[in-house]
Design a protein around this ligand. Sequence first.
Ligand SMILES: NC(=O)c1ccc[n+]([C@@H]2O[C@H](COP(=O)([O-])OP(=O)(O)OC[C@H]3O[C@@H](n4cnc5c(N)ncnc54)[C@H](O)[C@@H]3O)[C@@H](O)[C@H]2O)c1
Length: 494
Amino acid sequence: VAPPALRILVGFMGAGKSSLAARLDPAHFLDSDAEFVARRDTSIEAFFAEYGEAAFRAEEERIVLELLDRESGVLALGGGAVTTARVREALAGREVIWLDVPEDVAWRRVEGTGRPLARDREAFSELFALRRPLYEEVADVVLPDIGDPLEALRWAERRPPGSHMEWAAHGRYPVVAAAGLLTSGWWPLPGRVFAVSDETVGPLHAGDRSPRFDVPPGEGAKTLASAERVWAWLAESEATRADHVAAIGGGVVGDLAGFCAATYQRGLPVVQVPTTLVAQVDSALGGKTGVDLPAAKNYVGAYHQPAAVLVDHATIDTLPAAEVAAGWAEVVKTALIAGGGLWERVRTGADLDPQTVLACARVKLRVVDEDERDAGRRQVLNLGHTVAHAIETVTGYGRYRHGEAVALGLLAALRLSDRADLRDEVEGLLASRGLPVKLEGADPAAVVAATRRDKKRVGEGGVPFVLLHSPGDVRPGCAVEPGALRAAVEELAA
Ligand SMILES: NC(=O)c1ccc[n+]([C@@H]2O[C@H](COP(=O)([O-])OP(=O)(O)OC[C@H]3O[C@@H](n4cnc5c(N)ncnc54)[C@H](O)[C@@H]3O)[C@@H](O)[C@H]2O)c1
């Protein structure tokens, strides 16, 4: 049996790298900061004070490159080690695990410890933002700040070589990603797989998976009648609770098959295999499943977290351009919610790459980690969605793709947020991808009226809106004047 490869832990100060390393390999773990102290026989603070940061980084680089020669064990890197290009290059092809700690948690842990880079809150915050993209660049496995990462690390060991893994703390499931994952033969769960797909995606990406049930493509299949057909097929095929469902397709298949899995025999596991951009950055994550009623979208459903999510980047190659564009609207939405480096990357209009897809997925996972059942924080994910859902309802789910409606909804939300500058910038970004920025085929008054059926509305009050103060600063539960809403929707139709 080959010894496990060297596992390298990276992350900001206060992420808990050293303590995790010590836990994983108490006898032999390595820590580049501790190694520095032992070799120079001085504290890092004292060295910093005497020789400055550049001298420290040079020495740290030498030590890290040497420690990376080890074949096995666990190595915790100092928070700044990834700032040198040679270290990042040396990490390529290695097993790098990023402990992705929230900034405020990191600060609480290091405040007052005397660390040279943790004395000033503002400088700490700037450094955090600067380093995040570097961890993101080198990481193969991304772990949120959870007390016990051992289950996640077991999944990391089991994932196919060369793949990337994110961890959803809320449902304790992995998101495994790689181009070609679906044809690699790897599958996350034991037991029989009952694949649900649609008539377009099934033949393209489900391979020879059998048994398989294909629904017609498109939102029209997200109904109770379709769910009944899937339930009946599961029963006829004698699916049991030892088996599981695989939802191979876009958000429609994911929502429908997830709902069927949640309810058939009171619940089978579901593996989500998102094949659209919308599904990879959004709908396959977080466990919301369901179907539409004629009255409104997503009106019947259940929370059912996936057992695993498999993202095969290669599936996007067959996705029609208009569907890629629809996904782009969700990417822009996610970047506005996250702010920081993701917004800076997305606003350049750069082509989509797997890193951006995974960064968006990570934003969604973290938001859901905080609020699985949509009690508060999770509502930020609905930025632009109140008007989007109303547009879809009024146009009978036929005229606009969900992502296209989100594009329009985002513009309305930015107007309501009083961010004309940002609205213009986002309009340019959306239009450059061929997304609609004008509402057609719907009466604005009917759209406004339809927002009142939004599920966020409770009792007789108005619908609470998600508004944006600035990228990264999104506020749920905002009251909006009826006149302002009317004006924002009328502007779309003007
Ligand atoms: N559960 C959630 O949290 C959540 C979040 C966002 C959206 N949604 C739901 O997701 C749905 C929209 O999802 P969607 O945009 O993925 O739409 P979709 O599932 O209808 O897919 C769009 C079209 O692309 C085709 N397609 C899918 N993958 C393909 C591929 N790789 N190659 C070629 N064709 C492919 C499909 O057959 C379909 O015609 C809506 O019903 C929305 O309500 C759910």
